[in-house]
Each structure stands twice: as C-alpha cells, then as structure tokens.
Design a protein. Structure first.
Length: 108
C-alpha cells in the first residue's frame, strides 16, 4: 500500500465533503453496519482512551469530561494507532471465515 492510499470509516457529517474531494470514497452502505469487529476505533482506540481517562482521576461533570478526553486523546501514541491498523486485514479475514459472525474468540 502506498503512502497515498487511505481507507477510513465515515459518519453522516463528512459524507458530502468526501464525495466531493475523495475519489476513492466508500459510501456507508458499502461498509458492514454496526460492525464493531471491523471498527478499529471501537476495538482498539476507545479502549486505550477509556483506560487513560479513568486511570487515576474522577470525572466531576460533563465539562471536566470534555477536558479530560481532549488531554487523554493527545496521549494516545502512534503505536496504538498502528497496532489497530495492523489488525484490520486479520479481522476482515476472520469475519469472512465466520460468515459475518462475531470474531473475538477466534482472534487468538
């Protein structure tokens, strides 16, 4: 994969922009719906963020949570992101092998 090829999931807020500016844009209808097993943010990044947020602090209120989330987000290292990206191909293969079933127990 060259440095100029990127794939990422999109939400409704970014679809119009992506249609205009990204020729390789993959429409949401072509991505498996509600697939936590294939969502690298869900299976990796959120877990890392959650661990940082609740490691040694109590969140006082919504405003404080926003501040804590922003601080912790900046602490997530590129190695965590690279690891999540590195799992995508294996996860896709296991989902295909299970016929679209859950895969967590088959990733070991």
């Amino acid at each position: 994969m060259s440095d100029n090829n990127f794939n990422f999931e999109q939400d409704g807020a970014t679809v119009a922009f992506l249609r205009l500016h990204v020729p390789e844009f993959v429409e949401a209808v072509n991505w498996p719906p509600n697939s936590q097993d294939l969502n690298s943010v869900y299976y990796s990044i959120w877990l890392a963020l959650q661990q940082l947020v609740y490691r040694s602090r109590r969140v006082r209120d919504a405003e404080h949570l926003t501040e804590v989330l922003q601080t912790c987000w900046e602490q997530i290292g590129q190695d965590v992101i690279n690891c999540a990206i590195g799992q995508v191909r294996k996860r896709l293969s296991v989902v295909v092998a299970t016929g679209g079933g859950h895969i967590e127990q088959r990733l070991n």
